[in-house]
Structure formats: structure tokens, C-alpha cells
Design a protein around this ligand. Structure first.
Ligand code: AMP
Ligand code: MG
Length: 491
């Protein structure tokens, strides 16, 4: 193979930050899906992709020649409780590839065997959760939301015990960096603050070079991390994405969506929706995501205090305004996203009321989140004109009929042109999202040996804003029996 592969720069930080550990081969691995577009963008051409060597590497059955896989150590706040040591328990960094533009992409295998951080767990990932991560990370990318990517999905008949016996799979993930808030928390709470600086310097030099030469590089970087996290939360809210396990070890220092477990997209809108069956208290309910994002940022800032000043009091004085920036960044991004989804191009007094009334009428009707927003684009701004498509989604007709004239008046107040607005709205209100019942069907078929539905969903969700009339059924609400699907931390 003639790939532009290098030793991951993260590995140069050396042993305390990560540990070399071999992958553990799986029996008869099968390449269930390859993300050809991503492979191409990484410079992995057809000849390389066709080699048996490449397939073995993706499965973790052969190392990338000349490089030892590594697992990194991190800590994290899980459901509010600090856990001093987690780490890559089932993920191994196997290489870094520089794309044609010279940007580095870390290649990680999830499920390729235990590591020093597995904590008695098996180091495996089941096919079910691997399909979900594989499809959702690419669906999020297509929605324009920062995320880790997925290059390949490999299945194996190797049995894996969860609540039942399932089979193993490996997801080959790709990201500029997999560094999490928890990587910083690990050293801070361990009482080795001197370890923070090399880690932060690596992240800044590789991923935030614009701050590298500034005297306040750590403050500038953390300000950007907080702002990216706040904006990411607004993006999740806007498409009805629920992450499910917003622990600080699942929060990226680059502001990427990372670690797809018991996630879900809102179907019938309930702002208190809890997508993770294991989250009994609803800590990570949809409407709590923004405040949890903020809480996580404060944990990240706390862990990074020693970077900001040697005197704790002085460090807090620098950190506080950075933390305060979250609410502002989130508020601005969220109102802009809601306005965009309503097709509004200007900011006017009363917009927040209009948005909130629309959301409460969706809530009151338990209307389908994705379909209701999508169908709003067909509304005409003309006074007295009806809006049948979206009206059909709403059970509380009286509330809708009271709201509609105000929305139409608001559109007229900025001289909104129907066709243009519809095109704008359809570019931000997706028609297709990875609803649980769609993922579940693909999983059941793949478990029975047929991965074609994975391919089908992958292709469909790569164009979530396009009408794709031949796939109309994929835009439907879940059938009643599918509303019971439960997803939990088991993966
Ligand atoms: P998660 O909830 O998937 O983000 O995982 C939380 C922590 O548990 C991380 O440190 C994972 O690496 C680890 N972990 C989860 N599942 C496994 C597994 N099957 N084997 C080893 N480590 C695991
Ligand atoms: Mg995780």
C-alpha cells in the first residue's frame, strides 16, 4: 500500500498519555461497509482498498506496518460522578493519515480488543451498536454537524455477551483528534498538573494553530472550546438529536460529536425526552442538553485551571469569563438556528415568543419534530392562506390556527418570498434523520446476514435535505410498535 500514513502525532506525547497495545484479531472478519467517499478524501484509492492487507488492518487483524496501536488514558464525570480512570477501553489508535490538504486524520478502531484501560470489560463492540455509530456519525456529518467520522464497519461471528449473546464488530473511526475533556480531567484530579501542558500544547499546535503563538494561548483555546461546545449543543437541539451519555469523557476537546451510544432523534416531540433507557433521572434529556454542555465546560475549565495561572485565584479569574461565554454563545447560536428553521432572515422583537409558541404547540400535540419543521416550508406567507401539510402534523388545531397568522405576518414583515424561503428552510430542516426504528431494521437484517439496509440508510442519510421521493417511507413517523424500542448504555 502507498498510503500517506504517519505515526499519530498524539503518540509522540508518549507513555503516560497512551500505551502501546496490540489489537486482538477477530475470527473471519467481513467488511460490511466501506465509506468510499471518506476513503477517497483520505487518499485511500481503489487499489489500496482492494488489498486483503487493508481489510485486515480495518478489522484489527493486522497492524499498520511500522506502527503499534495505542490506547489513551482519560477520566470523566459520568452522570455527574467523577470516575478517576477510564480511558480507551475498546478503542485503539492505529495510524494517522494526512489528507491532500495536509490535514491529519487519526484512525481509530473501536471494538478491536481489550486495552490496559478495559477495566475487566471485553474490549469489544457489538454489531448492533456499531451499526448505530457507523450510520449516525455519517448522518450527522451530512447534517453539517461537527462529528467524528466512520470509515469502515467490520462484522465477525465472534460471540459477545451483553444482555444476550450478540456478535462482534469493529468501527473504524476517523477524527482530527479523539482528545476528550476527560483527558485533561485525568491529570488534574490525579494531582499531576504538570502533565496538562504537553497535552494542551499538542492539541493547540495540531488543531488550533491560530492560537499557538499567543501569550494567552490556553485561555484563547479554552474560549474556543467553550464556544464550539455551545454551538454544537445548539446544532443538536435544532435537529432533535439526543446524545444520551453526555459524560465529560464523551465530550471532545475539538467540539465534535463523539461516542454514539444510546442516542436518538426526536420523533413525537417531547422536550423532556430521554433517549437512554439507562438514564433514569433524565439527566441527559433533550431539554437538558444545553445546560449539561455548560456544566461539562465548567469541568473542563476546572481541570485546565493550572494552565491559566499558577495562582489558583488568578486562574479562576481568567476561567470565569470563559465559562460565562457559554451562555452567550449558546443563546446566539440557538436563536439563529431557530430563526433559520422558521425561514427568517432578520431578527425582530417577538421572534422568541413566536418560536416558543411553535415549540409548545409541537409539544402539546406530540407532533413529529422532523416532519413538522420540514412541512413548515410549504406555508405561504399570504394572509389567510392555509397550511395543510404542516397542519396535518399537529393535533392541537386550535393552537396551530392561532399561531399560523402570526407566523405569516412575521414573514410578510420581512418581505419573505415563499419559494426562496422554502429552499432555505429545506436546507436546514432535514427530511431524513436516523430514527431508531430505521436503525433497528437495518440492525436486524444485518444480524441475519444481510447488510444491504445499512448501505441503503447510509446512502439515504448522506443527503438528508433532499426530497428523495422514492424513499418517502423513510420520512414517516415510526409505526406504533416501533415506539417501544429501548436503547441503553449496553453496547
Ligand atoms: P462509553 O459509555 O461507551 O462511552 O464507555 C465508557 C468507558 O467504558 C470508556 O472508558 C470505554 O472505553 C469503556 N468501555 C465501554 N464498553 C467497553 C467494553 N466492552 N470493553 C472495554 N471497555 C469498555
Ligand atoms: Mg465513551
Amino acid at each position: 500500500m502507498t498510503l500517506p500514513v504517519t505515526t499519530p502525532r498524539f503518540a509522540a506525547l508518549g507513555d503516560p498519555y497512551s500505551t502501546a497495545y496490540p489489537t486482538r484479531p477477530l475470527p473471519t472478519p467481513t467488511l460490511l461497509h466501506l465509506n468510499v467517499a471518506l476513503a477517497e478524501s483520505l487518499g485511500i484509492g481503489p487499489e489500496d482498498r482492494a488489498t486483503p492487507e487493508f481489510a485486515s488492518i480495518l478489522a484489527g487483524n493486522a497492524p499498520w506496518p511500522g506502527f503499534e496501536p495505542r490506547a489513551s488514558v482519560y477520566a470523566g464525570h459520568q452522570f455527574g460522578q467523577f470516575v478517576p480512570q477510564l480511558g480507551d477501553g475498546r478503542a485503539l489508535l492505529i495510524a494517522e493519515i494526512d489528507d491532500r490538504a495536509g490535514r491529519g486524520h487519526e484512525i481509530q478502531l473501536k471494538g478491536a480488543g481489550p486495552t490496559p484501560y478495559s477495566r475487566h470489560a471485553d474490549g469489544r463492540a457489538v454489531l448492533r451498536s456499531s451499526i448505530r455509530e457507523y450510520l449516525c456519525s455519517e448522518a450527522m456529518h451530512a447534517l453539517g454537524i461537527p462529528t467524528t467520522r466512520a470509515l469502515a464497519l467490520i462484522g465477525s461471528p465472534q460471540p459477545v455477551r451483553r444482555e444476550t449473546i450478540e456478535t462482534a464488530a469493529v468501527v473504524c473511526r476517523v477524527a482530527p483528534s479523539f482528545v476528550r475533556f476527560g483527558h485533561f480531567e485525568f491529570w488534574y484530579y490525579r494531582g499531576e498538573p504538570e502533565r496538562l501542558q504537553p497535552l494542551a500544547d499538542h492539541v493547540i499546535e495540531r488543531h488550533f494553530p491560530e492560537f499557538a503563538d499567543r501569550p494567552d494561548r490556553y485561555a484563547a483555546w479554552l474560549t474556543e472550546v467553550v464556544s464550539r461546545t455551545a454551538r454544537l449543543m445548539a446544532q443538536w437541539q435544532a435537529v432533535g438529536f439526543c446524545h444520551g451519555v453526555m459524560n465529560t469523557d464523551n465530550f471532545s476537546a475539538l467540539g465534535l460529536t463523539i461516542d454514539y451510544g444510546p442516542f436518538g432523534f426526536l420523533d413525537a416531540f417531547d422536550s423532556h425526552h430521554i433517549c437512554n433507557h439507562s438514564d433514569e433521572g433524565g439527566r441527559y434529556a433533550w431539554d437538558r442538553q444545553p445546560v449539561i454542555g455548560q456544566w461539562n465546560c465548567t469541568k473542563m475549565l476546572q481541570a485546565c485551571l493550572p494552565l491559566l495561572a499558577s495562582e489558583p485565584k488568578a486562574a479562576v479569574e481568567i476561567a470565569q469569563p470563559i465559562a460565562d461565554g457559554y451562555a452567550r454563545a449558546y443563546g446566539e447560536a440557538m436563536i439563529a438556528a431557530w430563526r433559520g428553521k422558521l425561514g427568517l432572515q432578520t431578527a425582530q422583537d417577538g421572534d422568541e415568543g413566536l418560536i416558543n409558541r411553535w415549540l409548545s404547540l409541537l409539544q402539546g400535540s406530540r407532533a413529529d419534530f422532523t416532519r413538522s419543521w420540514r412541512h413548515l416550508s410549504a406555508v405561504s406567507s399570504a394572509e389567510g392562506s392555509s397550511a395543510d401539510l404542516v397542519r396535518d402534523e399537529i393535533a392541537d388545531i386550535a393552537a396551530f390556527d392561532a399561531w399560523l397568522p402570526d407566523y405569516q405576518a412575521r414573514l410578510r414583515a420581512e418581505g419573505s418570498v415563499d419559494g426562496e424561503r422554502a429552499a432555505r428552510m429545506n436546507a436546514v430542516n432535514p427530511k431524513y434523520v436516523l430514527r431508531n426504528h430505521l436503525a433497528q431494521r437495518a440492525i436486524e437484517r444485518a444480524e441475519a446476514g444481510d447488510a444491504r439496509e445499512v448501505e441503503h440508510l447510509f446512502t439515504l442519510l448522506s443527503r438528508p435535505f433532499d426530497e428523495q421521493p422514492e424513499h418517502e417511507a423513510y420520512a414517516a413517523e415510526p409505526p406504533p410498535e416501533a415506539r417501544q424500542i429501548e436503547v441503553s448504555c449496553s453496547s
